[in-house]
Every structure is written in C-alpha cells, then in structure tokens.
Design a binder for this molecule. Sequence first.
Ligand SMILES: NC(=O)c1ccc[n+]([C@@H]2O[C@H](COP(=O)([O-])OP(=O)(O)OC[C@H]3O[C@@H](n4cnc5c(N)ncnc54)[C@H](OP(=O)(O)O)[C@@H]3O)[C@@H](O)[C@H]2O)c1
Length: 274
Amino acid sequence: MENALQGKRVAFLGAGKMGGIILQALLKKGLLKPASTCATVAHEERAKALAAKLKVSVGTNNAKAVKGADIIVIGVKPQVVEEVAREIAPHLTPRQVIVSVAASVPTSMIERALPPNIPVIRAMPNTPCILGSGMTAICKGKHASAEQVALTCHMFDVVGRTVVVDEKHMDAVTGLSASGPAYIYIILESLAEAGVKVGLPRDVATLLAAQTTLGAAKVVLETGDHPALLKDAVTTPAGCTIDAIMELEEGKLRVTLIKAVVKAAQRAKELAFG
Ligand SMILES: NC(=O)c1ccc[n+]([C@@H]2O[C@H](COP(=O)([O-])OP(=O)(O)OC[C@H]3O[C@@H](n4cnc5c(N)ncnc54)[C@H](OP(=O)(O)O)[C@@H]3O)[C@@H](O)[C@H]2O)c1
C-alpha cells in the first residue's frame, strides 16, 4: 500500500511508552513528516526533552495540538481518556478521526465525550511494536468508516501485524496480546534460568531460549499448522521431550496461562472505570 498517511497531520496526545513507540516508528519510516506531526505529554520537562529528541512539536496543550490534525492518537492512561476527550471536544470536526490505544475504554465512552459524529477507532498494540514486531488489534466505533479503519491499519502495519476485530473482543485482545509480552518474558527468563541449571552460560541460555521462542512462533505463523501438531513433531516416543511435557502438565502450565489471560481480560473490563 502506498503511503496513505501522506499529507496527513497527526497529533499524538500522550506520547508516553506506547504513543512514543508508534510516533517514533512512523517518523523513522518516513510515513509522517516532523513538520506535520505534534505530540503532547503531561509534564513540561518531558515535552522539551521529547521535542529535542524527535524534532517534532511537543507541548502540554491538547486543545492546541488537535487543531488542524487529520488523525488524533490518544495514548494516555485509560483513566485519563475521558478527561482528554472532553478537553479536545470543542475543537473537533467530523473530518478528523480519533484513534485511541487505551486499554479498556470503549469507543462509546469516547464518542459520548465528543461532539456528534466524530469517528473513533480503538487500537490495541503491544510493546514489540518498538522493533516492528508488534501485534495490534483494531476495531471501529459507531461513526468510523471502513476507509478510516484501513488508514489506521496502515499506521499500525508499520510496527508489526494488524487484525480487525469486533469491539466486543478488545478486552480479550488486551489480556492476550497486549499483556502477552510480559508472559513470554517470564517464560523466557525461566527457560534461561533452566539453561543455567543444566550448566549453560547465562548469555548462551538466554540466546537459546529467545531464538527458540522466535523460531517456534515463526513456524506457527508461516505454516498455519496447529501448535499441537507442531509439538507432536518434536516429541519422539520415549524421547526427552515427552518427559519434559509431563513436567509441564504436572506443573499446570496450560491452565495457568489460560487463567492468566482470563484475569487480565477481566481487569481490562474494569480499568476505564477507575
Ligand atoms: N504499555 C503497553 O504495553 C501498552 C499496550 C497497549 C496499550 N497501551 C495503552 O497505552 C496507553 C498509555 O500507556 P503507556 O504504557 O504508554 O503509559 P505512559 O508511558 O505512562 O504514557 C502516558 C503518557 O500520557 C501523558 N499524559 C498524561 N496525562 C496527559 C494529559 N492530560 N494530556 C496529554 N498527555 C498526558 C504522560 O505524560 P508524562 O510523560 O509527562 O507523564 C505520558 O507521556 C494506556 O492507555 C494503555 O492502556 C499500553
């Protein structure tokens, strides 16, 4: 797809960890021009530091930032989204589109805080976006068009893969892929620790664990084969892997991961409401 963002002015309200990752990636890839990009944060000192680092206009005034913007990305914490939406509401027109990356906050909640007919889209990215290996789920609010959804996908395709889902799935997405990198880091850390336990130097153990995780994920994505089938291919009868699998089953790895995602998804339902 050619650069659908060409000529667009984008304002990032809340350029923290996640907003900052997306903003920097789009600038780095040349999809946004510094002159047509601006951002806000809460603290003046951070605004100055970020402006110096990214060479874009960064301030603390959200109302000023949205004037003339085509796309407004909201990257503040869930509890602050409604407040920011009310702050910018008097300055918006329906030709602008709001893209919120906040967990938990429904598009309807943002729409209610804005004037009628403002298009709102939700995107749920994750931190591997920092290396272009992110996963972002996208859903539309009541007034957003298919074209605006496609434009949002184009933005997030720059930092990884995208999938369009119904909004009812967004809390589940939050529990699985947005929080997911944390689960994988714990698994990686544990595998590296295991490598040390069986005598490997820590750096070698970490490399083996990380590359194995990356390789297994790539095989799932590229073959489309069911993970159980791929696991069976590694598991020789009476071999080593089946002994390890027995330990994983006894340690309830599967049910623990399932319960972790369920808990995170449940928490995602509450966050926006305090
Ligand atoms: N981190 C993740 O893995 C992840 C994944 C998916 C979605 N998200 C979502 O991304 C959002 C931000 O999370 P984060 O981890 O990036 O948090 P963060 O690093 O704390 O970023 C929040 C940013 O918002 C700024 N801010 C606070 N109040 C503001 C206001 N009234 N106007 C403008 N800017 C304001 C903060 O400014 P200062 O820097 O000056 O304090 C900070 O830069 C959350 O809604 C979260 O659900 C995060």
